[in-house]
Ligand binder design. Sequence first.
Ligand SMILES: Cc1cc2nc3c(=O)[nH]c(=O)nc-3n(C[C@H](O)[C@H](O)[C@H](O)COP(=O)(O)OP(=O)(O)OC[C@H]3O[C@@H](n4cnc5c(N)ncnc54)[C@H](O)[C@@H]3O)c2cc1C
Length: 416
Amino acid sequence: MKVIVLGAGIVGVTSAYQLAKAGHEVTVVDRQPGPALETSFANAGEVSFGYCSPWAAPGIPMKAMKWLFMQHAPLILRPKVDMAMLSWMAQMLRNCTSARYALNKSRMLRLADYSRVSLAALREETGIAYDERMQGTLQLFRSEAQLDASAKDVKALAADGIPYEVLDPEGCIRVEPALAHVREKIVGGLLTPKDETGDCFKFAGALAEKAKALGVAFNYGSIIRGLDVEGGRVTGVVTAHGRIAADAVVVALGSFSPLLVRPHGIRLPVYPVKGYSLTIPITDTSRAPESTVMDETYKIAITRLGERIRVGGMAEISGYTNDLGEPRRLTLQHSVTDLFPGGDVSKASFWSGLRPMTPDGTPVIGPTKVAGLFLNTGHGTLGWTMSSGSARLVADLVSGRTPEIDATDLAVARYG
Ligand SMILES: Cc1cc2nc3c(=O)[nH]c(=O)nc-3n(C[C@H](O)[C@H](O)[C@H](O)COP(=O)(O)OP(=O)(O)OC[C@H]3O[C@@H](n4cnc5c(N)ncnc54)[C@H](O)[C@@H]3O)c2cc1C
């Protein structure tokens, strides 16, 4: 089959690779000059299978109110008259019940676990290097209240059979030796040892090369304007450079996916939630992290990527804007220098990206009411983590094969 993948972010590239492996003639279209140049470019680098949870959770509305008034706030809200934003926020609030949280989390964990296996297989078959490490995620608590609140996460990890260790400060230092310098700031930690880290941009670039070797064509610098749909079936894609015919189309446009499918009656509740990162060259390895440390106070992830520290986080609901505000930079800088001052922040690069967030935290993967049109989008906070499994699922669905895990409740039809 002739399949067009729209978007060359991590989700589009992994999808294209798996579709080519399944024997299809694949073309990827993206407006950027290369792969992973938008949200997949400088994310926090966590491949966090164990830490996969929806943001919509019981207690979050109250916490969110508090965060809005905090210095170095993890949440920034810039409300505007935007129906998509208001409706997304209302749906997000509806997902903050215990029952919805449990359902959403179980879907995310199913996909994350499949992604763990799929990423290992990809690594094995391609030999790609991407500053990867397999040393886990340490969630770091700076107060007794944070440590106590983690009891519910521990219960959830135990119930889901995900390996974890509750650590005292000495245990945290054993995992992350640089924390010995800030021993007095730590109350404890929660380690998910099976989590990994790695540079998403490097991975996507290297996998795109492997995909090319399998025959995938990459049409970069090409703006996608719309879909050709005839008699309820997709027949191609309209780009700024002309039309491309297709038997099937996979939409992997991240936050921009809803804009493309809306004219065809598909209401996709994906909204951009902006985040920021700093990438800092390491000058003193004894004061740098070994893996990912999640600073629970600021909800910021600090990750070792080769000879760099990547620090990323914050959730800003402000629409489709990538502007970089100095206060956000200072928040990232504050969190990293407080714990791991082993980098030269004067040489840091500052970046922002738009997380394609669904209100239930779960990506949208699967068919639509338009025959031949598939979605692989809405990966939100952990798209790098969930991309490998999502790609295999969508490749199976496009090929008419039964996926290896249940994917029926991942499709857009779950929104009714
Ligand atoms: C600060 C931050 C930290 C993060 N940390 C982590 C982390 O540690 N671990 C993790 O797993 N995830 C993390 N994420 C989330 C992760 O980065 C995203 O979920 C993931 O990158 C989404 O990938 P994507 O391919 O769906 O979207 P994108 O990477 O945005 O790709 C979409 C592509 O579509 C193209 N496109 C869009 N519209 C058009 C158009 N009209 N025409 C042509 N091309 C178009 C874009 O150019 C882009 O290349 C983080 C995100 C942020 C912002």
